[in-house]
Design a protein around this ligand. Structure first.
Ligand SMILES: [Zn+2]
Length: 107
């Protein structure tokens, strides 16, 4: 069963293993805390650690470790394809922590 799964995913296993290594290194560098909300990662909850692209792939960000941070699942879901700088401003409102949306940036 496990061997069959590994055989089916042979092409993607090296990438998955690389991502796992990235996540381990990012978590350690960030002191086991989410890059956006600062929560402590907790496996098996919506505070589990995920890899997030600072400049979203959908917006042309590179798929490199330098463009990645460790973010909790909750932040990752809220951020979607926003760039990190924009998400940092909007996160408290998106997460329902404040009623006030962030002020508009000067043009
Ligand atoms: Zn978070």
């Amino acid at each position: 069963m496990e061997a069959a799964w590994a055989a089916r995913h042979a092409a993607t296993l090296p990438m998955l293993e690389q991502r796992r290594r990235w996540l381990v290194a990012l978590r350690k560098a960030q002191g086991e805390r989410c890059a956006y909300c600062g929560c402590t990662f907790e496996a098996g909850t919506d505070r589990r650690a995920t890899i997030d692209h600072v400049v979203a792939l959908a917006r042309g960000g590179p798929d490199t470790r330098e463009n990645c941070v460790a973010a909790c699942q909750r932040c990752n879901t809220l951020k979607r394809d926003m760039d990190a700088e924009v998400f940092r401003r909007w996160r408290p409102w998106l997460a329902g922590e404040t009623r006030e949306p962030p002020p508009r940036l000067p043009p």
